[in-house]
Design a protein around this ligand. Structure first.
Ligand code: ZN
Length: 458
């Protein structure tokens, strides 16, 4: 017996290394530096991180796992990264559509928010948003709304990753009477979620036209003190640019640069009305861009020069923006598809924004836009275990000649089958494991009735 034990100990180091999970799939789309697509591939995962990505035979030889997920007819890919949204607005989905921005805001959104947005509203709205995002393959999202501490709690409860910032705006909001109160709130928020494994707390001034220069500079200083990103809307509409030109004689990008707002990690949403000088500034400051094609089309905001941004190698990610009229959902598969097609139709050249580039925007380039490319955005050793499987056994998935073409132009969010974030399985067989879908949907319908009634009051 003693002899047997020592023999066993002797061979143990040569045996397979232990892992928590092995996932296998028909294709592993790594999005690593070589853009390896591994046919009959696999991933080994331990704790919160990926141990290795490689051919199935090799991973199975090297690792022994406690749990397995075998998807012989699926793509395994990095979880999708949403670089701009307002999750809790899911409860206002479709409240009013097909209107001019001003009418939409003043007649519907502002009154509905003033009368309904409470911590509980935000909690249920965020749960609904996270549920929809997870089921369609988003593992990280970027958010700007009110009661952002509640957004963070609901996001952690779902197990999702979030870059989250309390909206700082120059008029009374549902939770702050003044921008200074929102700034103080943000200071506490940054401390509370410092070093959280899932939440990256951010500073989120709404835009240049809704904040004073002093508030914008205080936001930058606060972000830099905490090493946090600053997220802001930038040049979304022509009106924003025209007003800035009248008032300051420069574009919003130039004005923000002069104020020092880009001196630190920044994610700017939209960047529709940017010229060549603006792009040079955004590049030199390393500003991440959140391109929101659905929103820009639906609100007739314009078309961001994404082809040019990519030629300059800017860090451009994708975002669905808000679900309450500017989109109205959180589906990153739609954003990839629309981003690619919008560049083709506006430049008159179908070679622009090819499928692989669109998939990069929702994975590794989106990670770069958030300044998180060392942690997420690709499937490789050492990165966080944020990954999804997408089934290939439906009519829209066959035959398959090119994985990127399939991912961007043929597959849908509803084809996502499994989702893992930070090493934890959150969706299996298209069913959520951390969120109660029936309860969340029932609550959303209750809120619909409440919001509707609140708008009939004067
Ligand atoms: Zn937005």
């Amino acid at each position: 017996m003693r002899l047997f034990c020592s023999f066993f100990l002797f061979i143990a180091p040569l045996a397979a290394e232990s892992a928590d999970w092995i996932w296998t799939g028909r294709y592993v789309v790594t999005m690593d530096a070589q853009r390896r697509v591994i046919e009959n591939g696999a991933l080994a995962i331990r704790g919160e991180r990926i141990l290795a990505a490689g051919p199935k035979s090799e991973i199975e030889r090297r690792y022994q796992a406690h749990h397995r997920l075998d998807r012989p007819d699926a793509i395994l890919a990095p979880g999708l990264i949403d670089t701009h949204t307002h999750a809790a607005m899911s409860l206002l989905r479709g409240i009013a559509d097909d209107l001019r921005l001003q009418e939409w805001l003043e007649r519907y959104i502002f009154p509905a928010e003033a009368r309904n947005v409470t911590p509980e509203f935000v909690r249920w709205g965020t749960r609904l948003g996270c549920l929809e995002m997870l089921l369609s393959g988003t593992t990280t999202y970027t958010d700007m709304y009110y009661f952002e501490d509640v957004v963070a709690e609901a996001t952690k409860e779902a197990g999702m990753r979030g870059v989250l910032g309390e909206t700082i705006i120059g008029f009374p909001s549902p939770d702050s009477k003044t921008p200074n109160i929102a700034l103080e709130f943000t200071g506490r928020f940054l401390s509370r979620f410092h070093d959280d494994p899932l939440i990256v707390p951010a500073v989120a001034p709404h835009a240049i036209y809704t904040n004073s220069d002093e508030t914008l500079q205080a936001c930058r200083a606060l972000a830099n003190r905490h090493g946090a990103p600053l997220i802001i809307h930038l040049s979304e509409t022509k009106q924003e640019n025209d007003e800035c030109m009248t008032k300051r004689h420069v574009t919003p990008t130039q004005a923000l640069d002069t104020l020092g707002i880009f001196n630190g990690r920044t994610v700017a949403a939209h960047a529709v009305w940017v010229d060549e000088a603006d792009l040079a500034i955004l590049k030199s400051r390393g500003v991440g861009i959140a391109h929101c094609p659905s929103s820009n089309m639906k609100l007739a905001s314009g078309i961001a020069p994404v082809t040019r941004m990519l030629a300059l190698n800017l860090a451009v990610g994708l975002g669905p923006d808000g679900p309450a009229g500017s989109n109205n959902d959180f589906n990153m598969f739609e954003e990839m598809d629309l981003a690619a097609k919008l560049q083709k139709v506006t430049t008159g050249d179908p070679r622009n924004l090819p499928a692989q580039a669109a998939f990069e925007m929702s994975t590794i380039r989106g990670a770069r836009a958030l300044g998180m490319e060392k942690e997420i955005g690709s499937l490789e050793a050492g990165k966080r275990a944020d990954l999804i499987s997408i089934r290939l056994d439906r009519p829209n998935a066959v035959p398959l000649y090119n994985v990127y073409s399939q991912l961007v132009y043929a597959l849908k969010g509803s084809d996502v089958e499994d989702v893992m974030v930070n090493g934890k399985l959150l969706v299996k067989d298209s069913q959520p494991l951390t969120l109660n879908a029936a309860q969340i949907e029932a609550k959303a319908r209750e809120y619909r009735d409440q919001v509707r009634q609140s708008l009939t009051r004067n």
